[in-house]
Design a protein around this ligand. Structure first.
Ligand code: PMP
Length: 460
């Protein structure tokens, strides 16, 4: 390691606090400093090459060296680097992006509200719905329904919607009224003797029972990712979303499809709700919207929601919500260029075409002695590591085996994300067939080395 790298690492340890990191461990091991990117690859500060198998944080659709996005940002910065969208002010990139997103997203979504992050977008949704229902004279209709292992962000409201214990414990969450239903993951949550259809039926009966117990007039909305991503890449069981939609419609409960990861073709359909046949009232978008070259998120919503909010804002003389960076001109200009590239290169079609090869690659690890389940859809997949394949017994404590796999993956030149002991892959949407083959080869070498490495560390 060069002297510069050494001092950068030391400065990192001395002066930063990393998100989603075991901080004491980080003080001992230091950071992996990524210095540059090229296509689906990134390089660390020693020049070592990695395939970025998680597209950064599930987000860099166009790869790590798309000059057109740099040019779009530069051009917009010269023209109008910043302006806001409060009190009727506007600018062309945010108007054009709203128009483009309305055109791309499924009916009945007719409106966009911009934020900088997925968490802010989901917080905005909570407040929009509360504001709407207060205006409609039904102030009791405020509760949300979410799912265990759902991921919707980490701010106080969105973090409450998230259904992962690590995001609640010691953060005093949930802080808003939310009920978390059983996680729709058959492998882990299916019961003995239950087939997938019976599992779906049980989950839907649970939803109906919760609505019955709480009262439909107190429940505002159901929020879910079409396929749960950050919870471990968990595709829903067949018939699940159709059933959720039917029950929500019958009870006047809005449906929010959180597509921060599933949006823009990740599952092989333009939006995740289309993969699983349901029609949301609201969609959350972020990440691939700009390929994460700039921070941006969008809440897409239907006309009745807009009309109710607008009526209430007329009564109150304001819709008192928004961010300094809502619709930021550089972020929205970059999003427009990024979406143009996604369309010109047909990256959504690429994901659909490569789905079979990618999923076959993931599922080729199903027989590995440490893999309990190999799963996914489109260009997203995961291997769930288990201590005992026959009984599905997890490693104890959870997470150590995943961390070892992660380390070996790095040595083999593959970055994926270990979520506990689940190894998640979600490569940039520009991947080629050869890239997919190379990802699977590197994952294969990682998995070949894993049993001995776990034994050496006494992990069983
Ligand atoms: N929703 C989903 C489905 C996500 O995956 C994420 C981030 N991984 C978020 C919301 C939160 O987005 P952010 O990290 O930009 O706040």
């Amino acid at each position: 390691m060069s002297a510069l790298s050494n001092s950068l690492a030391a400065t990192d340890i001395a002066s930063t606090m990393h998100p989603y990191t075991n901080l004491r461990q980080h003080e001992a091991t230091g950071p992996l400093i990524i210095a540059r990117g090229d296509g689906v690859r990134v390089y660390d500060d020693r020049g070592k090459e990695y395939i970025e198998g998680l597209a950064g944080l599930w987000s860099v659709a166009v790869g790590f060296s798309e000059k057109r996005l740099a040019d779009a940002a530069y051009k917009q910065m010269l023209q109008l680097p910043y302006y806001h969208t409060f009190s009727s002010k506007s600018h062309e990139p945010s108007i054009r992006l709203a128009e483009k997103l309305v055109e791309m997203t499924p009916e009945p979504l007719t409106r966009a509200f911009f934020t900088s992050s997925g968490s802010e977008a989901n917080d905005t949704i909570v407040k929009m719905i509360w504001f709407m229902n207060n205006g409609l004279g039904r102030p009791q209709k405020k509760k949300f329904i979410s799912r265990v292992k759902g991921y919707h962000g980490i701010t106080v409201a969105s973090g409450s919607l998230t259904g992962l214990p690590g995001n609640h414990r010691d953060f005093d969450l949930p802080a808003i009224p939310v009920h978390h239903l059983t996680c729709p993951h058959f492998y882990r949550f299916g019961q003995e003797g239950e087939d997938e259809a019976a599992f779906t039926a049980r989950l839907l009966a649970e939803l109906e029972a919760v609505i019955e117990a709480e009262g439909a007039d107190t429940i505002a909305a159901f929020i879910g990712e079409p396929l749960m991503a950050a919870g471990g890449v968990l595709p829903p069981p067949a018939g699940y979303w159709e059933g959720v939609e039917r029950i929500c419609r019958a009870n006047d409960i809005l449906i929010i499809s959180d597509e921060v990861i599933c949006g823009f073709g990740r599952l092989g359909t333009p939006f995740g709700c289309q993969k699983y046949n349901f029609t949301p009232d609201i969609i959350t978008l972020s990440k691939q919207i700009t390929s994460s070259y700039m921070p941006l998120a969008a809440v897409m919503f239907s006309e009745p929601i807009y009309q109710a909010i607008a009526d209430n804002s007329a009564k109150l003389n304001n819709f008192g919500h928004g961010f300094t960076a809502s619709g930021h001109p550089v972020a929205t200009a970059v999003a427009l260029e990024n979406l143009a590239i996604i369309e010109e290169k047909d990256l959504m079609g690429n994901a659909a075409r490569l789905e079979e090869k990618f999923q076959a690659g993931i599922r080729s690890f199903a027989d590995h002695p440490l893999v309990g389940e190999a799963r996914g859809a489109g260009l997203i997949g995961a291997l769930e590591l288990v201590a005992d394949k026959a009984t599905k017994r997890p490693f104890d404590p959870v997470g150590r085996a995943g961390a070892v796999a992660n380390r070996i993956g790095h040595e083999e030149g593959l970055i994926f994300r270990s979520i506990g002991d689940q190894l998640a892959l979600c490569p940039p949407m520009i991947v080629t067939e050869d890239d997919v083959a190379e990802i699977m080869a590197r994952l294969g070498r990682t998995m070949d080395r894993l049993p001995a490495a776990l034994a050496a560390e006494g992990i069983a």
